[in-house]
Design a protein around this ligand. Structure first.
Ligand SMILES: Nc1nc2c(ncn2[C@@H]2O[C@H](COP(=O)(O)OP(=O)(O)O)[C@@H](O)[C@H]2O)c(=O)[nH]1
Ligand SMILES: [Mg+2]
Length: 307
């Protein structure tokens, strides 16, 4: 790869800031909703560019994110990676491998990497992802790359947590693509067929382009479909360029106020859901055995209590 590798390690102040962030994020990981709220300020959230990567396991997300991060960090902007680990114990070995691979890819850079368990969310996201992203942005990072798991359709609210969504797959993901045509493709801003060195990649990219072309609607942006290969620097540069292009398109055409509102509402909804779950878990004896109406009334009252 032709990436400039002249990154310096953070200075003393930078290192101290990272240690602080690591502590804050660890605290957030186990935080109650009350604690998470206390850590949030109502000022507008710091504007780190957020790029999400989603796609089936094994598509090459971690590898590509590592390479992309190396390339984009060389621009001099502080860059963070948030990798969401599926909580299933079955995959923890693979995850460790993921992390080791990513660390190796980023040796010598000061890219900040943080792994999060995916929690109770069924959509491959972490329960407190919104809090974590806000904290990382507030710590002054210019860009956050987020790896999520799965191919399921991301809910519109969750989609709003990132500015640019990259859907990544390998040439072998054909069946998954069939399942995806229903909607996942159109939530993506950029589609990537990785492992271009393997047979079938070109064909798959063309199939996806055909599907997207059929869905083309008036005034709608048709996402580019790129072929990448982890060992091909030029293809990583192409993806990096596509991300910049999407950012420029978004700045010119997207309703950013609406996007920010959706993001805030999703964040609030997540906190409320978690708070309700906390209250249900802690129902006092007497209410626990009561009817649904009483339980509902109790939780509603508790929600409005001063925290
Ligand atoms: N042949 C080939 N293999 C790749 C490429 N990119 C990644 N891989 C391999 O695919 C496997 C899964 O990659 P990983 O990044 O862990 O995928 P993830 O599960 O989507 O994060 C690893 O063995 C990678 O080395 C590529 O461009 N070509
Ligand atoms: Mg991975």
């Amino acid at each position: 790869m032709s990436t400039a590798q002249t990154r310096v390690q953070p200075d003393e102040a930078g290192l101290a800031a990272r240690r602080r962030l690591a502590r804050d994020l660890s605290r957030l990981a186990d935080a109650s909703v009350t604690e998470a709220l206390a850590a949030l300020c109502d000022e507008p959230q710091a504007a780190a560019r957020r790029v999400g990567f989603t796609g089936p396991p094994g598509a090459g997300k971690s590898t590509l994110i590592g390479r992309l991060a190396r390339l984009r960090a060389a621009r001099g902007e502080a860059l963070a990676i948030v990798a969401i680990d599926p909580s299933s114990p079955k995959s923890s070995g693979a995850l460790l491998g993921d992390r080791v691979r990513m660390d190796a890819l980023l040796a010598g850079t000061d890219v900040y990497i943080r792994s999060l368990p995916s929690g109770r969310c069924a959509d491959g996201l972490s329960d407190n992802l919104a809090d974590v992203l806000a904290a990382i942005a507030a710590a002054g990072f210019g860009e956050i790359l987020i790896e999520t798991v799965g191919v399921g359709q991301i809910e519109a609210g969750a989609r709003s947590l990132v500015d640019t969504l990259v859907l990544m797959m390998g040439p072998q993901s054909g069946d998954q693509i069939q399942a995806m045509k229903a909607g996942v493709l159109e939530t993506a801003d950029i589609v990537v067929v990785n492992k271009a060195d393997l047979p079938g990649a070109e064909r798959m990219a063309q199939d996806i382009r055909n599907v997207l072309e059929r869905q083309r609607g008036a005034g709608r942006r048709v996402p580019p479909v790129l072929l990448t290969q982890a060992s091909e620097g030029a293809s990583i540069e192409g993806l990096s360029h596509a991300i910049d292009e999407h950012e420029a398109w978004r700045a010119a055409h997207a309703d950013l106020a609406q996007a920010a509102e959706t993001r805030r509402l999703w964040h609030a909804r997540g906190l409320l859901n978690r708070r309700v779950a906390e209250l249900l878990d802690a129902l006092p004896a007497g209410v626990r055995e009561a009817g649904v109406v009483q339980i509902y009334g109790h939780v509603a009252r508790m929600l409005s209590e001063p925290r």
